[in-house]
Design a protein around this ligand. Structure first.
Ligand code: HGY
Ligand code: MN
Ligand code: MN
Ligand code: MN
Length: 419
């Protein structure tokens, strides 16, 4: 083992946790939320500003940028054998409208910190290392989530992605061109030796179990179903109850059905409706239209499929009972994912080498790694987050959790990139 100074060897080297935390706080200042978190939604000016900062930092760390036609950023640190397939580290810089400072951002800036540390330590890897910012992981502004990584993995088309519209009717393609971040590279035209994603858990398990590292063996699958109910808008005062065709009532009964169906599929099944709206949404008009999106998830494909089909049957019955027309459009889906077992072993070995407590865990949230696992050996590392809270501006982690996760990432990446 080469001596890296100050008693540090490759076996016990660590990253610069203060520098990582400082970068996280500088990125958090871009696209601030209203309650201490972030609103840096994909393809907004704030997203563009965050991309520019990440590009500058990466180039200062000796990396060169590749950019694909979905705007995904690939910052490459050269290896001693440039022709070898690179090791990728990736996540996302876009946030929810009321997002936290660490969801996705930790994984991208931890990748940057890995490169900064490799250079500080005077190490050279055989394989190149590429740190990636995947466009539109959140799917908050443009559904579905993990859009650009889905195109990269060949499961979604560029035309479909470019056509997706936000609530104001702007398309993904128009907005990507407007901020000037569309590259020329064909999405997916890259070979990946191994892909690592460090991410906050976004759930309560690691903190409750007192573990510093989550070794993510699987990710649960997802269905997003966009439901449109059409009734008849009418006066809330003068319309007799028997004459009403109330889309609002239909939505209310269906939202309750989502919860009931998820509870009927326990354990390991979840369901909710997070986005909903009435039209014309006026206090004294019976809503003629209701639109909402159902989110079902499970690590068990059978349960995931059963929840979707059960909902479709029950929603259709509710609609016909209320005289409503119903349209159900799938707008997001991926099957449960099994991550690479050998890479998971390297995460366990790195955690033990560094003396960090760890446990195997299934990811409750979807991540770009879930799609990339379709095209390359892929694994995730998780760090705890306070009270398991995420997709909330109060999302918090500790600098120690961030550094521990990044230390493990450093070791696992160096193992894969062959220092
Ligand atoms: O929806 C998800 O699980 C991810 O946060 N996009
Ligand atoms: Mn995320
Ligand atoms: Mn998220
Ligand atoms: Mn499927």
């Amino acid at each position: 083992m080469s001596d890296l100074g100050a008693g540090m060897t490759v076996a016990n080297m660590t990253v610069d946790g203060d520098r990582l935390w400082d970068s996280l706080m500088q990125m958090a200042a871009i696209g601030p939320g209203v309650a201490g978190g972030n609103n840096r939604q994909t393809l907004t000016d704030a997203d563009a500003e965050g991309r520019t900062l990440f590009q500058r930092w990466s180039e200062e760390a000796g990396m060169t940028m590749g950019l694909d036609r979905m705007g995904s950023m690939f910052m490459r640190h050269e290896g001693t054998e440039p022709d070898l397939d690179p090791v990728y580290i990736g996540s996302h810089l876009d946030t929810q409208p009321t997002g936290g400072k660490y969801d996705g951002v930790l994984g991208v800036l931890a990748g940057l910190e890995v490169i900064r540390s490799i250079r500080d330590l005077g190490l050279r890897t055989r394989r190149p290392i590429v740190v990636t910012n995947w466009t539109n992981e959140e799917g908050a502004r443009f559904a579905p989530a993990m859009l650009a990584s889905g195109v990269f993995a060949g499961v979604l088309t560029e035309d479909y992605a470019n056509s997706r519209k936000d609530a104001e009717g702007k398309s993904f393609g128009e907005e990507l061109d407007r901020i000037g971040w569309r590259g020329t590279e064909a999405p997916g035209d890259r070979k990946i030796h191994a892909m690592f994603e460090l991410h906050i858990e976004q759930g309560p398990i690691l903190e409750a179990e007192g573990r510093q590292i989550g070794v993510v063996t699987h990710g649960q699958g997802l269905w997003w179903l966009q439901v449109t109910l059409t009734g008849k808008d009418a006066h809330t005062g003068s319309t007799p109850m028997a004459m009403r065709v109330d889309a609002g009532r239909g939505m209310a009964q269906m939202i309750e059905a989502v919860h009931r169906i998820a509870m009927d599929h326990q354990p390991a099944a979840v369901g909710a409706v997070g986005q909903a709206g009435f039209w014309p949404n006026s206090r004294n008009v019976i809503p003629g239209r209701a639109v909402f999106c159902v989110d079902f998830r499970s690590p068990d494909l059978g349960k995931l499929t059963s929840m979707r089909s059960r909902f479709e049957v029950e929603a259709t019955e509710i609609a016909s009972g209320l005289g409503l027309e119903i349209e159900i459009e799938p707008v997001g889906h991926f099957d449960p994912v099994t991550f690479d077992a050998d890479l998971a072993d390297s995460i366990r070995a790195a955690s033990e080498r560094l003396g960090y407590s760890h446990m195997d865990i299934v990811s409750g949230a979807g991540h770009d790694a879930c799609w990339i696992a379709k095209v390359a050996p892929t694994v995730m590392i998780m760090c705890p987050c306070k009270d398991g809270l995420s997709h909330n501006e109060a999302e918090e982690i500790t600098p120690d959790w961030a550094r521990a996760g990044t230390d493990v990432l450093l070791h696992a990446v160096l193992d894969a990139a062959e220092v």
